[in-house]
Design a protein around this ligand. Structure first.
Ligand SMILES: C[S@@+](CC[C@H](N)C(=O)[O-])C[C@H]1O[C@@H](n2cnc3c(N)ncnc32)[C@H](O)[C@@H]1O
Length: 458
């Protein structure tokens, strides 16, 4: 009768990679359930058997039950939603197959173990399937304990074999799959680890990013282990050849690789990001970069009659949306997409509104957006904030032209802009959408750095 399920990471199939904790866990299992994935992966089943033979004491009795893995449709042609649905169905079918074996356990067999290749946390569905099993037994009134024991994963072994850390100093690591790599690759991701890559997707990046350094490894931890390292454009042909030969020999290949930007490549954030800014103040109004804690100001500036009247979409922000907007302001700042400030009443420290520069259009241009809360309207706060932010944009952020626009009927917005030194340049017919599906003309304003430097602005 089932009492406990243990999910045990066994590293890359070499008994020497199994941690002491995992070895102990192996010796507590009565029945191992192993997915039988067909003959191509039989080497992996054999490797698991070797781990058990080497580490489980001879006097501990256990059984290994191979459970035929349910069939899975092809991944390549499916979109993301269909892919996720397919995987979910497949997990459910797996849970059914395992439950059938568990229901037939002998009386003395209380602990079931799953041997997970590498570490259960990396691209492995065992934990999810076990969660489903535990839930299924709970709903039948049977409590099943479960735990997870860590193992050495392919990315860890890749790094160890190449004698490198996976990240550059203080930078992020992005772990992804071959099917996503080309869509999501961006130098701003930092170092990228790729797993589950049936077709060496990094070859598609070689023209665009030839200088990336590739650290590739296949059959890591096994006697057939093979490593290649070098500039992507230089080594990609060799990796393709080595990989194809190995696949021919074994019938399957498991490889993992790291794509690293060369050490002398510029930090993508430093190149494009806005410079850091402290609070800017004229004594009456202070503007400071938006942080996650400013979400209520973001929400309240938007969710009031006057703002919604001129909004392009007309929907109110939920608290969650406002929280997300405020929270992503730091990232937008660092990536150079937008510099968003909160307008603060200098006398009280109260949040009075928001003002932001979005980097849109030709290089050196910034598009301004702003608004103050109803309680602070009519006090000149927006004009003051615009002046502070314009000075920062020209003198510190390297912008040459600031632009803004408002719906033709929103005269108040235009007055504020003109007081801050902006000049109305044009009426752009039907440029802005309205929530009811109609469109409004936009009055377009600009302020050049030249005019600002010439003293056109307070
Ligand atoms: C289903 S995932 C399982 C990952 C595993 N849980 C881990 O911690 O590494 C399978 C992928 O892991 C990587 N992988 C597994 N074993 C490997 C090995 N011996 N050498 C290189 N990569 C391996 C490959 O990218 C493979 O496509």
């Amino acid at each position: 009768m089932i009492e406990r399920i243990r999910v045990i990471g066994i590293g890359m199939g070499n008994p020497e990679h199994v941690t002491g904790e995992a070895a102990q866990a192996l010796s507590s299992v009565d029945v191992f359930l192993v997915a039988d994935k067909g003959s191509a992966k039989s080497d992996l089943v054999a490797a698991r058997q070797r781990v058990c033979d080497a580490l489980i004491p001879a006097d501990h009795e256990y059984r290994v039950v191979e459970v035929t893995d349910p069939k899975r449709g092809p991944d390549a042609e499916r979109d993301d939603t269909a892919y996720r649905r397919g995987v979910r169905d497949w997990h459910a079918a797996r849970a059914d197959a395992y439950a059938e074996v568990i229901d037939g356990l002998d009386d003395g067999e209380t602990t079931v173990g799953f041997l997970v290749w590498g570490d259960p946390a990396f691209y492995d569905s065992t934990i999810r399937v076990v969660d489903a099993l535990v839930e299924r037994y709970a709903s039948a009134g049977v409590t099943v304990e479960h735990d997870v024991v860590a193992g050495i994963s392919a990315p860890q072994l890749l790094a160890a074999r190449h004698r490198i850390p996976l990240n550059r100093i203080g930078a992020p690591i992005h772990v992804t799959t071959g099917r996503r790599l080309v869509d999501e690759y961006d130098p701003a991701l930092g170092d990228v680890v790729v797993m589950l890559d049936g077709g060496l997707a990094c070859a598609e990046l070689a023209d665009a990013f030839p200088d990336l350094e590739l650290f590739w490894g296949a059959y890591l931890g096994s006697p057939d282990e093979v490593l290649v390292r070098g500039r992507l454009a230089d080594v990609i042909d060799e990796v393709q050849r080595v990989r194809a030969e190995a696949r021919e020999r074994h019938g399957w290949v498991m490889d993992t690789y790291l794509l690293r930007q060369p050490a002398d490549s510029p930090n993508p954030f430093a190149t494009h990001g806005f410079p850091e800014a402290g609070p800017l103040s004229d004594g009456v109004v202070t503007v400071r970069p938006t942080t996650a804690g400013d979400w209520q100001v973001v929400r309240d500036e938007h969710n009031n009659e006057e703002s919604l009247r001129w909004d392009l979409f007309g929907g109110v922000y939920t608290d969650e949306q406002a929280r997300q907007q405020a929270a992503q302001a730091r990232r937008e700042w660092r990536s150079g997409r937008a510099a968003r400030f909160v307008i603060v009443d200098a006398a009280t420290g109260e949040g009075a509104g928001v003002i932001g520069i979005m980097r849109m259009g030709p290089p050196g241009n910034g598009l301004l957006g702003y608004g103050v809360l109803p309680a602070f309207r009519g006090r000149g706060f927006t004009t003051r904030a615009l002046r502070l932010v314009a000075r920062w944009a020209f003198e510190s952020a390297g912008l040459s032209l600031l632009e803004l626009g408002h719906k033709a009927d929103n005269a108040a917005s235009g007055k504020v802009a003109v007081k801050a030194g902006f000049r109305a340049e044009a009426r752009l017919p039907q440029r802005l959408p309205n929530p009811d599906g109609t469109r409004s003309d936009e009055i377009y304003y600009s302020l050049t750095k030249e005019r600002f430097d010439a003293g056109g602005v307070g």
